[in-house]
Design a protein around this ligand. Sequence first.
Ligand code: OAD
Ligand code: ZN
Length: 250
Amino acid sequence: MNIPSSLADKIKSARNVFVFTGAGVSKESGLSTFRGDDDSIWNKYDPEINATPEGFYSNPALVWNFCRDINLFTHAKPNPGHIALAQMEPYYDTFTIVTQNVDCLHEQAGSTDVVKIHGTCDLIRCTKCGHRAPASNFDFTHEFTPDNLPKCEKCGALYRPDIVWFGEYLPEEAINRASAALQRCDLMYVIGTSGEVSGGYGFAQHASAAGATVVEINPKRSSLTYFADYHLAGPSGEILPLLLDILKNS
Ligand code: OAD
Ligand code: ZN
């Protein structure tokens, strides 16, 4: 792919970068997207049952089995897209990644300023007292039944994944950090997200209106493409290393 020279100039001259990522950035690590592909998760599973508080409280075993089946607690590895993003960070004054992904692949790749607006898969959280425990303390490979659900070691209530389900608020601290990064950004990347949920639309709209350069990386168009000054159509694992090369060669 040829990167337009006007974009290369923006990439080199920007100082504060806001990166907004979704499930597509982890696809080349073997994780499924939620929408947009034939094997996407919401084509196979009902989000009302598997990703809402109501669904969890009516059948927690089913939700834990869903988490296992979509490899929520997997040991996936960062792909060249995550790694390129981590290596871009030192070239800028600030480089904040706001991700909808609950995987830890940005952190594993070496990114240091990662804001997780949909929670994280490395912890589980008590539904009653809020105690958090490392997910790695538990075995998520077996079949869950009402008799073997993970329970809080402090109070005995049910544990739940430490992620945001439909109908729940986004974590306030994460939103505050994302807003601060949004205010200062002069370059925004929108990578591997359909833009169908949460703040994505608002982030891209705000950055565009404030004059930041908005660059989308996605093999397909999304509901955020409208705000993009550049749409780089292809997999992020292939395109992000090309953008890193622009910085390395400057
Ligand atoms: P989606 O699954 O909605 O969108 C994934 C996007 O990634 C699509 O637009 C694909 O075209 C694109 N894509 C596919 N392969 C790609 C690749 N190799 N490189 C770059 N892009 C690629 O994912 P999100 O927008 O992250 O929330 O979904 C947002 C939220 O909806 C998720 O966090 C989850 C889901 O329901 C909850 O569970 C609450
Ligand atoms: Zn508890």
